[in-house]
Write a protein that binds this ligand. Structure first.
Ligand SMILES: C[S@@+](CC[C@H](N)C(=O)[O-])C[C@H]1O[C@@H](n2cnc3c(N)ncnc32)[C@H](O)[C@@H]1O
Length: 374
């Protein structure tokens, strides 16, 4: 490991760090941080930070005190993180470690059935991921393979790469009694969003109260499959025929009733213009920013243009579950952007394996609202 170097911190960054914010962002001081050290000791904190010379905005991530050898500290923190999630047994789709929340900044470890996927967002891990891999091999004897995936800011999107064990080109995992095809070698995202898992569980009561569901931006259909498991009529809308065919293969995998499902492959706004059906439950999870040949749109502008239409498509007791998935817009800003008369029944947060850190609003990137007409 490259030596640690003493750097000076700006008073505002110091205040933020002491309030629990685990990043030192770009300013005139942090711009001068060494490019050649793995660890930084920041004065006057005298705690350790991991250096991030490649990130344009996050220059250092808080590690804290480290009184034991650094490799051992990584293993200790990872083992604590795993222990915290040991009670999650109703799904094979869990974050074992969730970056800053587990004092392993930029490091995310997912368990997908008997495969481990290590994703990292901080350059530091490019060089030190071996410590995580070795620990996982010792800790989980039943694991068949370990994959890694770099998700560094601004870099080209890459698929996971196998670092150990069997090739797992088509893995099947179980979440709350529903099976999913998971694709470790073909896509940047593997076919199911783990951070949505605990939110899906919170929605069970809404599914049991409904007769039909509309899943907008349905991807591979996690929210649609929940509807089919509850024997509801389900309509899924996605622009991608590739993802829709994965959704359909997930329906077959579970032997759900295909006649209860309608696949619509088209842009959501086009679907909304021609729909005259009412729904008891509408799930809407637009990408933070999307663009096709004809149109570019942010999730915020999507809601500005279409929220009224969505509310008019709800049956009298219906609920719209709306998501915004970006750390760039805070929860309070998103809330302020919603129409004043909108009735919010509940807010949704990532939970259990992806909890929030006090003082770290960027960690609250996945914002959900359950809204109704009243
Ligand atoms: C964030 S994913 C949705 C994830 C899904 N809710 C889940 O949890 O599994 C966004 C999806 O929106 C689709 N998409 C992007 N732009 C679209 C558009 N204009 N109309 C319909 N689908 C779109 C993408 O193909 C992708 O499948």
């Amino acid at each position: 490991m490259k030596k640690s170097i003493v750097e000076v911190i700006h008073p505002t960054s110091l205040k933020n760090c002491r309030a629990g914010h685990p990043w030192i962002t770009l300013d005139e001081h942090s711009a001068e941080f060494s490019k050649n050290a793995d660890l930084l000791e920041i004065v006057p904190l005298n705690d350790i930070f991991i250096n991030d010379p490649t990130h344009p905005k996050i220059k250092a991530r808080y590690w804290g005190k480290s009184d034991i050898p650094f490799d051992m500290d990584i293993e200790f923190r990872l083992s604590e993180a795993i222990l915290k999630r040991s009670e999650i047994v109703d799904r094979e789709n869990v974050f074992l470690c969730f970056g800053e929340v587990d004092s392993l900044p930029g490091m995310y470890v997912l368990k997908l059935g008997d495969v481990i996927l290590i994703q990292y967002q901080a350059y530091f891990w490019n060089k030190h991921i071996g410590i995580i891999v070795d620990f996982i091999k010792r800790r989980f004897k039943e694991i068949k393979s370990i994959y890694k995936q770099s998700r560094l800011y601004g870099s080209v999107k890459v698929t996971p790469k196998k670092v150990w064990g069997e090739t797992n080109s088509n893995l099947i995992i179980d979440e709350f009694g529903i099976k999913y095809n998971v694709f470790l070698e073909d896509y940047h995202d593997v076919g199911i969003y783990t951070d949505m898992s605990s939110i899906r569980k919170k929605l069970f009561p809404y599914y049991s109260k409904s007769k039909n569901v509309l899943n907008l931006f349905s991807y591979t259909g996690a929210f649609s499959l929940l509807g089919l498991k509850n024997a509801l009529e389900v309509t899924s809308v996605d622009i991608s025929s590739k993802f829709m065919s994965i959704l359909e293969s997930n329906i077959q995998l579970n032997s759900f009733d295909e006649d209860k499902h309608t696949s619509v492959v088209k842009p959501v706004d086009k679907f909304l213009k021609n729909n005259d059906q009412l729904f008891d439950l509408i799930i809407c999870d637009p990408p933070s920013f999307s663009s096709n040949k004809k149109k570019s749109q942010s999730a915020i502008s999507f809601y500005k243009e279409n929220l009224n239409t969505l509310m008019n498509m709800l049956s009298p007791q219906g609920r719209l579950i709306m998501f915004l998935n970006t750390h760039k817009i805070s929860r309070s800003k998103f809330k302020r952007s919603l129409p004043r008369g909108l009735k919010i029944e509940k807010e949704l947060f990532t939970g259990r394996d992806c909890p929030l850190l006090k003082g770290f609003p960027e960690g609250d990137y996945l914002k959900g609202y359950i809204v109704f007409n009243g």
